[in-house]
Design a binder for this molecule. Sequence first.
Ligand code: SF4
Ligand code: SF4
Length: 62
Amino acid sequence: MAVRIDRDKCMYCGACTSVCPFLALELRETYVHVHEDKCKECGICVKACPVGAISLPRGDTQ
Ligand code: SF4
Ligand code: SF4
């Protein structure tokens, strides 16, 4: 399991990619790619996103 990113909300600011301790998020040309095998669902990126585009699969932040 891994976080999901709402591409309609995401504005490609890069905040999430720089805070992930596990390097699971990668800013690509037109979207943020989630390396699902690396995500630990820690929730750090969810709180870092200024537009609320990231959600955990269970819908909470922890
Ligand atoms: S939930 Fe944690 S491990 Fe997963 S992408 Fe966000 S910061 Fe990285
Ligand atoms: S922090 Fe949010 S808006 Fe910024 S790149 Fe990540 S998902 Fe997109």
